[in-house]
Unconditional design. Sequence first.
Length: 387
Amino acid sequence: MTEQRTTTTDGATGPLRVNSWNGWDPLRHVIVGRAEGTVVQAPEHAVRRDYPDDGFPLGTFGPMPADMVAEADEQLDNFAALLERRGIRVDRPAPLDFNRPVSTPEWTHESMFGCMPPRDLLLTVGNEVLEATMSYRSRWFEYLCYRPVLQRLFDGDEKMRWEAAPKPRLTDASYKPGFWDIFNGLTTEEQLARVRDYDLVLTEAEPLFDAADVARFGKDLFVQLSFVTNKSGYQWLKRHFPDHRVHAVTSTNTHPLHIDSTWVPLRPGLVLHCGERLADAELMEFFKLNDWEIVEAVQPASWDHPPKLSLCSPWLAANMLNLDENTLCVEENEVRLSEQLSSYDFEIVPVPFRAVGPFGGGLHCSTVDIDREGSMQDYFPRRYGRF
C-alpha cells in the first residue's frame, strides 16, 4: 500500500498513523472540533436545555447565537494553529446542517447538536478508532461529521482499525420515564445516592456510552457510569477490549457527564481530581497502592463567571490537553490551576478558550488524539478491591 501523506500549515509531513494509548505521550496528530452550526438541542428524554435568561427557555431550541459561534470558532481555529506550529498534524470535522429534523424508522427528533466535542464520539485505543453509540437522539448522526477524516486514516494506515459500536435504537425503552422531573426535585444527598446506585436516566435496554466517559491509562480503561453511559455500555466495552482491564467507576458528583473533567491523568504516577468531591474511596486506594499521587484541583476561575447557554460544570477548568507528559494546554483564565500544575514542573501553555465551553466542553473535549508516540504500558501492576 502507498502511504498517504498530508501537509499541515507549517509544512510538517509524514505517514498517517493511528496510535494512542493514553493522554500524555507526545502528541503527533489530533482532531479539533468546530462550533459552526451548533444548536441548542430540541427536548428529548436524555437531556433538557433550559436557559430562560438567554433566550432558550425549556422546550425551545435553535441555532446558537451567531456572535457566540464566531468567537468560539475563532478560538478553535487559533488553538488548531497553535498545535500546528508545534508540529502537530490537525484534522477538522465537516459540519452538517444540525438545525433540521432527523429520524430513524422508530423516532423523529427536531434537531441535531453540533461537532465541537469530538472527544464525546471517538475513542482511540492503540491503532483503533472506535465510534461510540451516543445516547442522545440529537447526536445519533454526528458520526457523519468525522467520516471523511476516518476514511483518510483508513486509507493511509494499513494497520488502523476502524470500529463502530452497535448503533442504538434509542426508543423510549432506553430511558426512564419522567426521570428529570423526579431527579431535579431531590436533595443533593438524594441525587448523590442515585448516582452511587447508578439509578439514572438510562435503562439497560441496550449498550450506551459516550467515548468521553472512558479514561485511558495504557492497559487499564476506566469507564464512568453517567447520564450518557450505562452498565450495558460498560460491558460492551469490556468485551470489545479483551486485552485491557476495563473498570466501571461511579461518580461522586450529582450530575455525572464525562470523566475527563473529574478524573484527569496528567502523566504516569500523577492524576488530577476535581476539588468538589473526592473520588470513590476504593478507586483512590487502587491508585495509591500503585504509587500514583492524586492531586485535588484548586477552585476554577470559571466558577465566578459561568458563560451563558452552557451546560458545562465549572470544573471544565480541568479539561486540559497534554502535548506530552511535561506540557499542558490550560484555559488562559485558569491562572490558579496553572500555578498549581506549574509546581509539579509542568510547562503551561495558556489557551484562550472560554468562548468554546457552551459548545460542548474544553480543550480536551474539543480534541481527539489520533497519534501519540509510545506503546501500551501497565501502570497498575498491583490489584485492589474490585479493580
